[in-house]
Design a protein around this ligand. Sequence first.
Ligand code: ATP
Ligand code: SF4
Ligand code: MG
Length: 431
Amino acid sequence: MSATNRPLLKVDNLKKYFPIKRGLFGRTVGHVKAVDDVSFTIGRNETLGIVGESGCGKTTVGRTILRLIEPTAGSAEFDGQNIFDLAREPLRKLRPKMQIIFQDPYSSLNPRMTVDSLIGDAMMYHGLVAESERRDRIKDLLVRVGLQPSYINRYPHEFSGGQRQRIGIARAVALNPDLIVCDEAVSALDVSVQAQIINLLEELQAEYNLSYMFIAHDLSVVKHISDRVAVMYLGQVVELSECEALYENTLHPYAQALLSAIPHPVPGKKKKRIILTGDVPTPINPPSGCRFHTRCPARFKPCDTVEPKLLDVDNGHLVKCHLYDPEYRAMVPDGISQSFLVELAGQKAKKTAPEPAPSPTPAAAAAAVAPAAVAAPPEPAAPAAAAPAEPAAPETSVSLDAPADAFSAMDLPDAASWGDLEESDDSESQS
Ligand SMILES: Nc1ncnc2c1ncn2[C@@H]1O[C@H](COP(=O)(O)OP(=O)(O)OP(=O)(O)O)[C@@H](O)[C@H]1O
Ligand code: SF4
Ligand SMILES: [Mg+2]
């Protein structure tokens, strides 16, 4: 691949296992499989959003690719160089090119250092500016991130959370990076400040041709800023796609549940929300087969024994789920495929309206939920009766174009079997 069209970062089969030590001699008795076989790319000037529940390994991915922690296996090529093979000195030289902005603006800045030291020391260390130009450069950066140049002599405790985050951003940008890992960079800020920081990040991206790995819990924020999004579950990527395709045609049952928590754009309109029950299983001993099978509303025969492959089902839309594997397609029970399977053909999703089963079996009833509410248009464009006009669409696919009411008519799942589905007024959020 030529240097011009190769991605800035290419991560292959990344694993990070933390050893669990016990006893007087610190014997290793097991491993926390925090990241287990993760692959993705980030292009130049691209933002890859990473979402998933707490503990699924988002931060560990970010820190490992920056080599703040050492990987267990896999490779990460940054601008053609395998970062994991780099010795100390070449790694030190590469460090300015890959920066991180942390979640907590209160603890990520050393309280004993002034802004001058916080931003300037790293620039000096990497030889990026002469001593005579240092203060002018810092003042320029402060202005660029929306702060007064006179703040250069202040300490972190003299700033608000949003201002501290701006200092964190200035510190990262000062080193002329190509890639910035934003690890929950706006999560600790209130909503209006979040918007300002997001706008600032977008402006800086355009100005300095930056790439971002944007880790966040807030799916609306991720949707706003990302070009592509990866959904992680228990150390693995379960769905990865262009942002719009992922939010419009959410394929993986876990991603469907996660995205069903996004507030509905039409005021007063209720939507179905999938609330998964149970904690995330431990990454020390993850479930066999599909790691999500213990909580999955769509699980079927192969799920608890066979690990799904990460399949490219639609021009770069990747999903790790047996529902989309041609090998297992014939085994998918009707009730499950009606509710969860999004039938894709080329770039465009093809869907048909589900015919509510006249008398579902208990298992089918448990599975008959409305994840399609995630992607259903706020105003139904076509009546359900129009759907059969699509002759090629299989009977078992879900109509995302069908009226939302078609979904409300479907049976709710048996909570005991997999989780709860509730009518939501969007007053809560889940991640
Ligand atoms: N240094 C460590 N030693 C042992 N286990 C660790 C270490 N760091 C992280 N872990 C474990 O690895 C898993 C992934 O942690 P990580 O911080 O990457 O999750 P996360 O997705 O960023 O979560 P959050 O959204 O809460 O920040 C967790 O089970 C965590 O307990
Ligand atoms: S592979 Fe099976 S258990 Fe896993 S997400 Fe798909 S349907 Fe659910
Ligand atoms: Mg984290």
